[in-house]
Design a protein around this ligand. Structure first.
Ligand SMILES: Cc1cc2nc3c(=O)[nH]c(=O)nc-3n(C[C@H](O)[C@H](O)[C@H](O)COP(=O)(O)OP(=O)(O)OC[C@H]3O[C@@H](n4cnc5c(N)ncnc54)[C@H](O)[C@@H]3O)c2cc1C
Length: 445
């Protein structure tokens, strides 16, 4: 698999992501850029961030805008994620945010999380077909002492943060949500929903193109420089000159292409497997509420949901290097996690396995940044929780360019992403972290 910390350029030959979601659908076919063009805004990256930014710029201004995507829209994370539309991004808890920034700011950040779900819903209501399922999200305590912490969190978010979250005892989870898994109770987010993420990306691309944005597929930017007034972007057969540059390549950003982002994210692999359709006995042993999405409180957590055709989607951490992502070893490691979580599925067939890169930021929250001296904007660092947030980030990024005074005062757009110190040690550090967590999990079993 392409590795953004090893390869100097993104691949450019793919139409659809290697995922369950795109199977059976005709791949999109946006033309390659083979001309010299000039636009006001060039967006690099055709995932949710890039498409939503371009859509909102086109809708709210007279600026001309194009999207340059290395493969076809949705090829990156946006077409291969788990499809969990949840409130939140990054890895900071509400309590940590309140400690860092004060309670009013943490409340405003949470309001942004809720707004991001509305932004996705608005797009769906406007006609994007993406198999939306309103099943809610269950977060399980993996240790007895965490049940009370989760329940306090649910009360706080419901009373002070405008959400409505239900605390559940072990027995309630067992009875109404999920029977076949070890846990100690949890909390339930009824407003969370699931989608087919690739269909959503495809629909978002169509909406963006209909709004007037030119989308180029199979057009990776190989070289980019700023001459003091304009950006010059070179693709294989074409060239784009632009007043403003939006970098929306997130975890897929080639390592040295954009100096403004260099060493400011840490691309980490998340992998997913999908089982064959479960039979009646397997389903009854699982006892899972249709459409429910589940994670637990572990720092290296698994996430899962039952798909409409009764296949189980199961995801978790992947390999460390891109070259190891698609190997039998990586697949086996995730299967081990599946069988440990659901011992009754030990004989089930796995029909698909794939991986993708998520972008971790040094201080666990993303940034939407405008470097006004070089007319460059970016949004990145969602730490693996970016479906809803990246769609909303596109709206905010367009405001950051067009009407920054309209934005609420949030830490997201007040500073650039922090540089990783000793960036070359990111992977050895991850290896050590995974080893430590594996040991902790054996201890906790
Ligand atoms: C396995 C997995 C499961 C996940 N599950 C969930 C989930 O259930 N819920 C959730 O909230 N989040 C989830 N995420 C995270 C979520 O998918 C991402 O945060 C989100 O899709 C990010 O969108 P994006 O547009 O910023 O980036 P991407 O969708 O990754 O788009 C970046 C694009 O940039 C392109 N690109 C790169 N370099 C160049 C170049 N030089 N020129 C042109 N184009 C270039 C790439 O081809 C790519 O299409 C998951 C991620 C993974 C990998």
């Amino acid at each position: 698999m392409y590795d953004p910390l090893v390869d100097s350029s993104a691949p450019s030959t793919f139409s659809s992501p290697e995922s369950h979601w795109a199977k059976g659908y005709a791949p999109p076919n946006y033309p390659e850029n083979n001309r010299r063009i000039e636009v006001d805004v060039a967006v690099v990256g055709g995932g949710y961030t890039g498409l939503s930014t371009a859509y909102h710029i086109e809708q709210s201004s007279e600026l001309s805008c194009c999207v340059l995507e290395a493969n076809q829209p949705g090829w990156g994370c946006s077409g291969r994620n788990g499809g969990f539309v949840l409130p939140g991004t990054g890895r900071l808890s509400t309590a940590q945010m309140a400690k860092n920034w004060g309670k009013p700011v943490s409340q405003a950040v949470y309001a942004e999380y809720l707004a991001s779900i509305e932004t996705v819903s608005d797009f769906i209501d406007s006609g994007i077909e993406c198999d939306k399922i309103e099943g809610g999200y269950l977060k399980l305590a993996h240790k007895p002492e965490l049940t009370a912490t989760l329940h306090q969190q649910a009360t706080m978010l419901s009373q002070d943060y405008g959400d409505s979250i239900v605390p559940l005892t072990q027995q309630q989870v067992q009875q109404d949500y999920l029977a076949g898994v070890k846990h100690h109770g949890g909390i339930y987010y009824p407003q969370a929903f699931a989608i087919n993420p690739w269909l959503f990306a495809r629909g978002l691309a169509e909406k963006t193109a209909q709004a007037g944005v030119t989308i180029f597929g199979n057009s990776p930017v190989r070289e980019s420089h700023f001459d003091g007034s304009f950006h010059h972007l070179h693709t294989e057969k074409g060239f784009v000159k632009a007043k403003h540059l939006v970098i929306a390549t997130n975890a897929y950003t080639p390592k040295t292409l954009f100096t403004v982002l260099q060493d400011r994210t840490f691309p980490v692999i998340s992998s997913i497997l999908v089982t064959e359709p479960l039979d009646a006995a397997q389903l009854s042993a699982l006892g899972i509420k249709p459409g429910l999405m589940v994670m637990d409180t572990r720092s290296l957590k698994y996430y899962y949901r039952l798909l409409p055709d009764n296949r189980l989607l199961f995801g978790g951490r992947g390999a460390i290097y891109g070259k190891d992502a698609d190997t039998g070893e990586s697949r086996k490691a995730l299967m081990k996690g599946l069988f440990r979580t659901f011992p009754t599925l030990k004989d089930v067939d796995i029909t698909q396995f794939w991986s993708g890169w998520v972008a971790v930021s040094l201080d666990d929250y993303p940034r939407l940044y405008h470097d006004t001296s070089t007319h460059t904007l970016y949004s990145a660092g969602y730490c693996g929780a970016g479906l809803a947030f990246s769609v909303h980030a596109g709206k905010r990024l367009s405001q950051l360019l067009l009407e920054p005074n309209m934005l609420p005062q949030l830490p997201y757009w007040q500073s650039p992403l922090k540089k990783f110190p000793m960036a070359s040690l990111r992977r050895p550090a991850l290896k050590a972290f995974y080893a430590m967590e594996a040991f902790k999990q054996i201890w906790e079993r």
